[in-house]
Design a protein. Structure first.
Length: 261
């Protein structure tokens, strides 16, 4: 092909491109300026300005435990976990005494949760008996807490698993005695007015900054035995942290309520 022909083809292509661009709407047609998202200050290593602080190391006012009264009726009582050096620690539990799971006084739907935890030293036990706890969303959907540093267990029950449902994509555990972080996005299930399940719950988990669950779909509430299945519950429920009779420590717990579709 001669250089003249090549030049002519280039002119034709350029003209077609310019014509196509001219037919596009102005860029302002695909821009919108309102509503502006709220301003949230997020200081380095701090707490976002719109966060709800559930534990800052000073007291257990945002938590309670359930205990039977003299008539055998279960009622909320002040949380009995140990406060020590800005952390709350699962208390010793003599054999035969009831669990001291703590429940948040506030209830939530979709949230971003930040939580820091520490597996105990000296190391005791193995598999599920070592540094075991868990964070339950809506009092029923558990993300496992466990010391899996050089400690094997069933993978759908290891650290940062959706317990008995989905293993994490990586084992990001630090050594026992070191503080670890969970940053979790929980999307609550949706039910219709007649109780029909419309959408399953989902959870995204970063463990020590490592993505280990990504929009994982939950098949239902956590079950130790048997398969999970959904039943209707109200759209806001409390958080719960498990007492598995291991002295796991917690600090710096806060949530941001989310307005997800």
């Amino acid at each position: 092909m001669s250089s003249c022909c090549k030049f002519a083809l280039c002119l034709t292509a350029s003209g077609a491109l310019l014509s196509a661009v001219a037919e596009l709407p102005p860029p302002e047609m695909t821009e919108y300026w309102t509503p502006q998202p709220p301003v949230v200050s997020a200081p380095a290593d701090g707490i976002p300005s719109d966060a709800i602080v559930l534990f800052d190391g000073s007291n257990l006012d945002e938590w309670f435990i359930m205990r039977a009264d003299e008539e055998g009726e279960m009622k909320p009582q002040p949380a009995n976990w140990v406060l020590e050096d800005g952390a709350m620690i699962v208390p010793p539990r003599p054999k035969g005494q009831p669990s001291s799971d703590i429940t948040s006084r506030q209830s939530f739907g979709d949230i971003q949760l930040h939580l820091e935890w520490r597996a105990p030293l000296p190391v005791k036990g193995h598999s599920q008996g070592r540094g075991n706890s868990g964070i339950f969303f809506m009092n029923r959907y558990e993300v496992q807490i466990l010391d899996c540093y050089e400690n094997e267990t069933y993978v759908n029950g290891m650290t940062a698993s959706v317990y008995k449902q989905q293993p994490p994509m990586a084992n990001a555990c630090r050594a026992p005695g070191e503080w670890q972080t969970y940053d979790i996005i929980f999307e609550a299930p949706r039910f219709s007015f007649d109780g029909t399940l419309l959408k399953k719950a989902r959870v995204t988990v970063l463990h020590n900054g490592v993505l280990v669950q990504h929009a994982t779909v939950l098949d239902g509430p956590t079950e130790y035995r048997g398969l999970p299945s959904y039943s209707y519950h109200t759209p806001r429920q409390p958080l719960r942290i498990q007492d598995h009779n291991n002295p796991v420590a917690f600090r710096n717990i806060w949530v941001r309520e989310l307005d997800l579709p």
